[in-house]
Design a protein around this ligand. Structure first.
Ligand SMILES: Nc1ncnc2c1ncn2[C@@H]1O[C@H](COP(=O)(O)OP(=O)(O)OP(=O)(O)O)[C@@H](O)[C@H]1O
Ligand SMILES: [Mg+2]
Length: 334
């Protein structure tokens, strides 16, 4: 998540240089070639390919104004879009460059009157005009690279609820609606094609007008048992685990936890050996050299009791799943 740096977020009334590279880099996501895997969500991956990537790849095809990902916290909404854009940029690198801009509450909601709208305007304008640099060694095909942009507006609900019902929130909402509406005509004018992707944990807080602009809406659900197994295995890869640990039991007992919760649970369990090691001693009893020698081999295995403690202590951080399912039944795209 990027925020406007103190150098660009100056005082009330100061103007942003909306075209400066430092402004653009605040919002442009630098994607890793090899992002961490996102397990499961097969429907959502298919949905994003069909509703976002294919229209970007084939500019003559009609596209959607906006696409919404909604679901509990920590299920991988933000990770999904980054992972898909990375893989498209890698797979079609001779043909297309997808620029991913990310706006979240901390980057967009500005305490100074009117600044949030300016920031939003600047991001849309940068998304329309940004081009990948063409290196001198580029082949003719890569010089014809198709530049397209995705504006990913994360935490949509907090952008609006943090200034809920006041004048600045309504102005920002109107500005966002205007930009989303303008995306189609701008595409036709020969600039980069732009698609807006929003994400939220509380879609009912967005209001009808905004929900309607997100013409395609996809529910990103909690991980199923098979996906929880994959997430747990991923976070325990390379960890020394005792023979008495029943991973299947851990996976079964973590229904209702998000991917982010599972990551915390695995970290919690992996702290077990260190906790045992430190019983009766304090880190200050060790010299720096001693500390360097405390390796996983010295500490020992992660035991069943460590997982027990982790399962008992890790609370689900997801919100109102029933309400999300109802929203999906009422407004989710099929
Ligand atoms: N299905 C999954 N596969 C792999 N990792 C996952 C999965 N779901 C969540 N995670 C991990 O959980 C963490 C949080 O994921 P992410 O930020 O993408 O979730 P989110 O749905 O956008 O959360 P929020 O609603 O808080 O914005 C990341 O480290 C991510 O790798
Ligand atoms: Mg997110």
């Amino acid at each position: 998540m990027k925020s406007v740096s103190s150098s660009s977020s100056t005082s009330a009334g100061d103007n942003y240089n909306l075209t400066s590279s430092s402004f653009i880099s605040e919002f442009l996501v630098s994607l890793k070639d090899d992002p961490p895997p996102v397990f499961g969500h097969d429907n959502a991956k298919k949905f994003l390919k069909e509703s976002v990537i294919i229209p970007l790849l084939y500019p003559s095809m009609p596209s959607w104004k906006g696409v919404l990902l909604f679901g509990p916290a920590g299920v991988g909404k933000s990770s999904l879009i980054k992972s898909i854009v990375s893989s498209v940029n890698e797979k079609y690198k001779e043909r297309i460059k997808v620029h991913l801009f990310e706006c979240s509450a901390s980057g967009i909601v500005n305490k100074y009157r009117g600044e949030s709208e300016k920031i939003l305007k600047g991001v849309f304008s940068a998304a329309r005009s940004i081009k990948a640099p063409v290196s001198p060694s580029s082949t003719p095909a890569s010089a014809d690279l198709l530049n397209v942009s995705i504006i990913f507006i994360d935490e949509l609900d907090s952008i609006f609820s943090s200034t809920a019902h006041d004048e600045s929130s309504s102005r920002l909402r109107v500005e966002l609606l205007k930009h989303i509406d303008g995306v189609e005509s701008v595409s036709a004018a020969g600039n980069n094609r732009v698609i807006v992707v929003g994400a939220t944990n509380r879609p009912w807080d967005l209001g009808d007008a905004l929900v309607r602009r997100f013409e395609k809406r996809c529910y990103i659900a909690l991980p199923e048992e098979e996906d929880r197994r994959a997430i747990v295995d991923y976070h325990l890869a390379g960890v020394r685990i005792g023979g008495d640990v029943d991973r299947e039991d851990v996976v079964r007992r973590t229904a209702g936890l998000s991917g982010a919760d599972l990551k915390v649970l695995c970290r919690e369990a992996c702290m077990g050996p260190l906790r045992r090691f430190l019983v009766g001693v304090s880190p200050k009893d060790f010299t720096k050299a001693d500390l360097a020698e405390i390796t996983p081999e010295v500490l020992g295995m992660v035991e069943r009791e460590d997982f027990e403690r982790a399962v008992m202590n890790t609370r689900r951080t997801v919100g109102d799943v029933k309400r999300l399912e109802t929203f999906d039944a009422d407004f989710g795209s099929r």
